[in-house]
Design a binder for this molecule. Structure first.
Ligand code: SF4
Length: 333
């Protein structure tokens, strides 16, 4: 990537202690040494199966879970923060600069609050406005940008459809004027017909407000239509990262290839050629040695069981892959 970098993570890790007692303690490594850069104004996609660590990585970059190893630097041109060390008034300031759009538009909104109060709450909690009139003005402004009918601000969430509720969630996340937004499976709970509408709105808001998005999804086809750059995660590690077009035209990692096989092809000639993803992702408390994907990889050799591959430059600019065999497996003949 070549532009200004908003977030730069270097060896970032998040571990949780689980189990009780002297002999039963275990560390669950949800994110394990992730190095990544997110360009200002980009739509950065993070994909992987459930249990890959993508939600935890998003939360760590929002400083919503403790960073237990490595570093993450945030630099929006006004302030620079070391996220691993952030606390006190700097953390309060970061809360308004970095926001989350939740996955489930039904669970995320309090049924007892009006839409106006739901959107206004972050402004009031963070003390970002000095009068009710100022709060109302900001609420109306962001509601209009999120294509909400201003008449609806007095109503309660149950009166709205899933797509409308997600637009309320988006307005609430953006009302504090953040620079960085993590959208965690933000269209997964919506009907396919509504997904495109919400994705278009997110892209429009990104452009108009100069936002930087981290878009977390298990669905590569959604990421393809939305993101500029994609990182693929497996068991807490990044296994491949590339500009979206490069990744979709020439994936190099067997796991990425297998994720593509989950997307139904419209071309009858392609059917049956794809590599299916077999088995379940292993437990993060009991991770395989060497390459973490070796227990499911059809191309695994002895080396894969003992030596963990690191991300290395592939052919195209910005393309990196962590696989010992990518050159022999997926190079054009
Ligand atoms: Fe498969 Fe080995 Fe590559 Fe891992 S390093 S993805 S096991 S070929």
């Amino acid at each position: 990537m070549s532009g200004d970098i908003l977030i730069r993570a270097d060896g970032l890790s998040v571990g949780f202690q689980i189990g009780k007692g002297m002999f039963n303690k275990q560390i669950l490594k949800a994110v394990d040494g992730v190095t990544v850069e997110i360009e200002k104004g980009s739509f950065f996609g993070l994909v992987g199966e459930s249990g890959s660590g993508k939600t935890t990585l998003g939360r760590a970059l929002l400083k919503a879970v403790p960073i237990t190893g490595g570093h993450a630097r945030y630099d929006d041109g006004e302030v620079q923060y070391d996220l691993a060390e952030l606390g006190g008034t700097e953390l309060k300031d970061y809360r308004k600069r970095a926001q989350l759009i939740f996955q489930d538009p039904y669970a995320a909104l309090s049924p007892r609050m009006t839409v106006r109060d739901i959107i206004a709450e972050p402004l009031e909690v963070m003390g970002l406005t000095s009068s009710r009139a100022e709060t109302d003005e900001k609420v109306r402004e962001i509601a209009a940008k999120c294509r909400l009918n201003l008449e609806h601000l007095r109503r309660f969430p149950h009166a709205f459809s899933g797509g409308q509720r997600q637009r309320i969630s988006i307005a609430r996340a953006l009302v504090s004027d953040p620079k960085f937004v993590v959208a965690d499976e933000s269209v997964a709970a919506l009907d396919v017909s509504i997904q495109a509408d919400v994705l278009n709105l997110l892209k429009e808001l990104q452009r108009d407000l100069g936002l930087t998005f981290m878009f977390i999804s298990h669905d590569l086809s959604v990421v393809a239509h939305t993101c500029d750059h994609v990182a693929v995660m497996y068991l807490g590690r990044l296994v491949e990262t590339a500009p979206t077009r490069t990744l979709f035209n020439a994936p190099k990692h067997p796991y990425t290839k297998a994720l593509f096989s989950a997307i139904p092809s419209l071309d009858p000639d392609d059917r049956g050629k794809t590599q299916k993803l077999e088995g379940e992702i292993p437990s993060p408390t009991n991770q395989p040695s060497g390459c973490k994907f070796h227990t499911r990889c059809p191309h695994a050799v002895d080396r894969c069981k003992v030596e963990e591959p690191s991300l290395q430059h592939a052919e195209a600019e910005g393309h990196e892959v962590a696989c010992h065999r990518w050159q022999e497996l997926f190079e054009p003949a």
